[in-house]
Design a protein around this ligand. Sequence first.
Ligand SMILES: Nc1nc2c(c(=O)[nH]1)N[C@H]1C(S)=C(S)[C@@H](COP(=O)(O)OP(=O)(O)OC[C@H]3O[C@@H](n4cnc5c(N)ncnc54)[C@H](O)[C@@H]3O)O[C@H]1N2
Ligand code: MOO
Length: 390
Amino acid sequence: MIPVSEALDRLFALVAPLPVEEVGLTAGLGRVLRVPVTARRNQPPFSASAMDGYAIRDADCAQGTRLSIIGEAAAGHAFSGIVGPGEAVRIFTGAPVPEGTDRVVIQEDTTRDGDTVILGPGISDNRNIRPQGADFRVGDALAAPRLLRPADLALAAAMNADRLTVSRRPEVAIIATGDELVAPGGDPRPDQIIASNAYGLHGIVAQAGGTPRLLPIAGDSMAALRQAFDLARGADIVLTIGGASVGDHDLVGAAAAEAGMERAFWKVALRPGKPLMAGRFGEALLLGLPGNPVSSMVCAHVFLVPLIRALSGLPPAAAPRRRARLAAPLAANGPREHYLRAASGPDGVTAFSKQDSSLLSVLSDADCLIVQPPHDPARDAGEMVEIISL
Ligand SMILES: Nc1nc2c(c(=O)[nH]1)N[C@H]1C(S)=C(S)[C@@H](COP(=O)(O)OP(=O)(O)OC[C@H]3O[C@@H](n4cnc5c(N)ncnc54)[C@H](O)[C@@H]3O)O[C@H]1N2
Ligand code: MOO
């Protein structure tokens, strides 16, 4: 068994970022930007009014002053003249501030008398003007690599970019293995179960920005696994589920080796997920997940998502952790890093009492994993721990 951090290092050592492709803005969400987006204009491109009101000169700004309104400026309709002493321009939010004016007095602080505006009491010091380039200037960049969020897409659009250079999505072939498995909606014998893991993993891959490809269930034989590996050809990651342990029917390691896998590791000191295996597999990478449903999902959060991100060109990094307060005590840990299914509430995080790696119902109720280091002593409520959000 190697520590989780060493397993991640060995996995990242196998990664070369995938090639890039160009997409439109609406296809950019969740993709990894690989070439910076550079602003081709200032934003705002002109000094803009932040409020509806009257653009005036500073020198005229006193209670009771009467100013004659010489025109109007609205968003998309600039006022082209110059404003002199004793004059004002009716202005609306987003309009360019007319030449000669220094501030916008909001209309609530004025009264109107035909073509005259009279300044009221209590005008604030706020000029209500957004300076040219306050948000960004020509040449400012949205840096790459970057996982694109909705706000980034809005920023790229404001910079006047309509295409984004992003990583190709990693394709992940998912192979469930086991004679006991029947696809959901099927007709299992009494000694069979429903193959569930692939559906959770499909979701994790999709959420992480990969393209999941579900392959047919492979039986526990070298021939069936050989066929499954053939079908997985072209994928960037071959993800197997089950058959990773030491039993007579755990053939994935042997079949993968026969098909050319150069193993990087097998068996990691985490719980659940000990029999995890990984290696180079021709042009692809192979990640062999344990079959227990929670083990496979935990390993996906801890290893697969970071792998997808690294293949997409982000700097290699473990799943992000946050600190949280324990709302209930935690028992002492053994030699493996423990990823406990837990729920967060107003008083902190609480590990579920049942932690068996077969319990999908518990995983479904959990919103985070408490990460307890190897040999950690028992912890009291109120102590701080690290968590990974689910
Ligand atoms: N003698 C030992 N036995 C086991 C050890 C060990 O160290 N020594 N490790 C245990 C641990 S820890 C794990 S985790 C499991 C993992 O074993 P495998 O990866 O070989 O998984 P399987 O035996 O194929 O399956 C385990 C369990 O999960 C069910 N399963 C498998 N695939 C699916 C699927 N796609 N959907 C739903 N359920 C699935 C399978 O029916 C089994 O019940 O090994 C321990 N044993
Ligand atoms: O590692 Mo196993 O995943 O403990 O159940």
